[in-house]
Design a binder for this molecule. Structure first.
Ligand SMILES: [Fe+2]
Length: 351
């Protein structure tokens, strides 16, 4: 069986308070360890849920632990991100001999420079599965679920692999590409119910995270997200989701607003079409892991693809108010001031 190490926390203390325009924000300090080895960390508590709250998310996927991963993390930390939306494939420990779980620990230490100070909202990828019957490990996701705890009970979910969370003016839904999603499955039923709970008067921005992309024009992992798209896409279009972020493919791509929900087996309408009610889809699996870039895009570039490039990097979503957000992508080869791709996103409900 894979060995799982647990870390323990000790004392915490509140320190300062300050009033922001919409909410009270507390700086909280945690003291971990004892004596000379004690360390202090701090974080800001989240603002109250408010439809006009400005908030900045970073988006990172498929990070791993290489020099490129380090560059991605450093560039993100040079920006003003307040929370990371992480779209799966964290440590790549399963690529090491016997799924070396010490690689989960080294990854935890690697990302600590950010995760100790602000939340990362976790999505499970295929490298979190750690399903290795030949090593006696037949329980999927064990190392990941033992280390990364998410508040899934709060959204009436029965699994930490799918859940939702409200943050400032955003409602974020996390889905699992590697759990059952057919009709009547727990994840399907939960998504149906959870979408009914979204109140765009309170959280205007509706964002979905998942690992295996539904729209991507790269040859790498071709069509792997298709069966999940068939099950869930019409629900997201009906709910007027603003953006869907995915990883898995080690390159960057952003689509126009498109959908492919008209097909009913006999009518032949099986191609993606422009649909202003549909989400923008972003693939951001370019965090920098050791498997390298996915550089083979299909040619010609399909109409639905707005921008695509095989470079490592990260993205940012600056929510300005209930109607507008600035979205942009940084490639690692540039300084952080350069936006390699950028677009204003107009809110699907309020604009
Ligand atoms: Fe993946």
């Amino acid at each position: 069986m894979l060995r799982v190490l647990k870390e323990s926390f000790c004392s915490t203390s509140f320190t300062t308070t300050r009033l922001a325009s919409f909410t009270t924000v507390l700086s909280r300090t945690l003291r971990l360890g004892e004596g000379g080895s004690a360390r202090e960390f701090w974080f800001w508590t989240p603002p109250s849920v408010n439809p006009d709250a400005a908030y900045t998310f970073g988006i990172i996927g498929d990070l791993g632990q290489t020099f490129d991963s380090n560059k991605t993390l450093q560039h993100y930390m040079e920006g003003k991100g307040q929370t990371v939306l992480f779209v799966g494939d964290l440590s790549y420990a399963d690529n090491y001999p016997n799924h070396d779980n010490r690689r989960w620990d080294t990854w935890g230490r690697f990302v600590e420079s950010s995760t100790a100070y602000q939340p990362w909202i976790w999505t499970a990828g295929n490298h979190e599965l750690d399903f290795v019957p030949e090593l006696g490990e037949t329980t999927p996701f064990k190392p990941y679920l033992s280390r990364f705890h998410v508040p899934y009970h709060a959204s009436n979910s029965t699994s930490p692999l799918w859940y939702s969370i409200k943050r400032a003016s955003a409602y974020i839904i996390v889905l699992s590409s590697y759990s059952a999603y057919g009709k009547y499955t727990p994840q399907y039923r939960w998504l149906e119910e959870n979408l009914k709970r979204v109140d765009r008067n309170k959280t205007p921005w509706l964002i979905v995270l998942l690992h295996s992309p539904w729209y991507n024009s790269n040859g790498y992992h071709y069509m792997e997200g298709e069966s999940m798209r068939v099950q869930f896409e019409s629900m997201l279009v009906a709910a007027k989701v603003d953006i869907v972020f995915a990883g898995h493919v080690h390159s960057y791509e952003r689509t126009h607003r498109i959908s492919n929900i008209a097909y009913n087996i006999v009518n032949g309408d099986c191609l993606p079409v422009h649909n202003e009610s549909a989400p923008v889809y972003v693939t951001i699996g370019d965090g920098g892991n050791a498997e390298g870039l996915a550089a083979e895009f299909t040619e010609p570039q399909p109409d639905y693809s707005a921008f695509r490039e095989a470079s490592f990097g990260h993205a940012m979503l600056e929510i300005k108010n209930r109607t507008h957000a600035l979205y942009y992508w940084h490639r690692n080869d540039d300084g952080k001031a350069v936006m390699a791709d950028s677009v204003w996103i107009r809110n699907q409900y309020w604009h």
